[in-house]
Design a protein around this ligand. Structure first.
Ligand code: ADP
Length: 347
């Protein structure tokens, strides 16, 4: 027991007060009992027995309280040192009960915050390793290209231009990859705040389509939009317009990348009292059934030859954006027939 100090103080003060009380009691009893010593001592004796009983009672109570405080303080030290054991919850009444309850609440909060910290560290480590891993290949290619040009190994002008064009492509890819990965990391780390407001779906789709227009024109592909029938008012979505545009660009770009020339990508907008939905359906290669559950995972790519430069970030970025705004993004596909991404925003 370490609470000697308090107990000693209690004992000391009790002794002083009791001695003063006894002297006064003896004097008063002696005076009121006609200066009869025997009677005065009897009164003092009875009072002493009573005082000793009170002393013992208070002593036991204090000892219990100090023992509890000491136990909790020991547990706190363990928590600070990170050695918290699985302490069984203690249920008591009164202030001590409150202290125990608050202690367990504090330990739970602390454990959660430590776990969160651990998860964040893990996430940061994974993100850094993903980025460095993904940058290795294009960086190595760029180094080879620079060596070729620097050592003047390529004699023909056309070969040199080809190498430069390829280097430009790698740089573009790296730029896109780094920006997309940083966006994804920011969203997943929760540092992006989506500013949700009512935005016109037409405006968002128009901006997204403008960004991929050049791809569709190059491949002679077309985007056809189907608006809900019989609805006079413009369809609005409660979302962050800029971020949603970013997500849609990724889906429209994929629809073009994985479809042949002269194909149509249909964008259908559906609205009812419960939700607003956007379907982006292409007539492309489709996604095999076994790949569908993994398609939104970071760096997941379907093994197809159409787009060997695929990194596997576009879809996870689109999903993080849509879900970050409270929406849902799912996919349906049939190999060789179509792929359809469905965005749902509840009202
Ligand atoms: P990236 O960032 O390289 O574009 P994504 O995350 O967008 O990669 O896509 C991951 C994989 O999903 C791609 O490698 C591709 O195989 C498949 N995929 C995505 N969209 C489609 C689509 N519309 N049709 C067929 N396959 C698709």
């Amino acid at each position: 027991m370490k609470h000697y100090y308090e107990m000693k103080q209690y004992r000391g003060r009790f002794m002083v007060l009791t001695t003063i009380f006894m002297v006064v009691l003896w004097s008063v009893s002696w005076y009121f009992c006609d200066f009869n010593m025997g009677k005065a001592w009897t009164v003092v004796f009875i009072a002493t027995v009573f005082v000793l009983l009170v002393y013992n009672l208070v002593y036991q109570m204090l000892r219990g309280v100090y023992a509890d405080v000491e136990t909790i303080s020991g547990w706190m030290l363990d928590v600070i040192d990170g050695k918290e054991k699985d302490t069984k919850e203690v249920y008591k009444q009164g202030v001590m009960g409150l202290l125990y309850t608050n202690y367990f609440k504090m330990v739970t909060a602390l454990k959660e915050s430590r776990q969160k910290e651990g998860r964040e560290k893990e996430f940061l480590r994974d993100t850094i390793s993903d980025i460095s891993h993904q940058l290795k290949t294009p960086l190595a290619s760029l180094k080879v290209f620079i060596d070729l040009l620097y050592e003047e190994k390529l004699k023909e002008e056309s070969k040199r231009k080809e190498v430069l064009r390829e280097a430009g492509k790698q740089l573009e890819r790296m730029e896109w990859m780094v920006l997309a990965m940083l966006k994804l990391a920011r969203i997943e780390a929760g540092s992006v705040r989506f500013e949700r407001k009512w935005c016109e779906a037409e405006q968002i789709l128009k901006t997204a389509i403008e960004s991929v227009d050049y791809l569709y024109a190059k491949r002679k592909q077309k985007i056809v939009i189907h608006w809900p029938e019989g609805v006079e008012e413009k369809v609005c979505l409660n979302c962050d317009g800029e971020w949603l545009t970013e997500g849609l660009i990724n889906l429209l770009k994929n629809a073009s990348d994985y479809s042949g020339e002269d194909t149509i990508v249909s964008v259908k907008v559906e609205e009812n009292n419960l939700f607003t939905r956007i379907y982006i359906k292409d007539e492309g290669v489709g996604i095999p059934e076994e790949a569908l559950p993994h398609i939104f995972k970071r760096f997941y790519r379907v093994d197809n030859k159409i787009n060997p430069g695929s990194v596997g970030i576009g879809l996870s970025l689109a999903k993080s954006i849509v879900e970050g705004m409270g929406g849902k993004l799912v996919v349906k596909s049939e190999v060789g027939k179509y792929t359809c991404f469905i965005l749902t925003f509840m009202k």
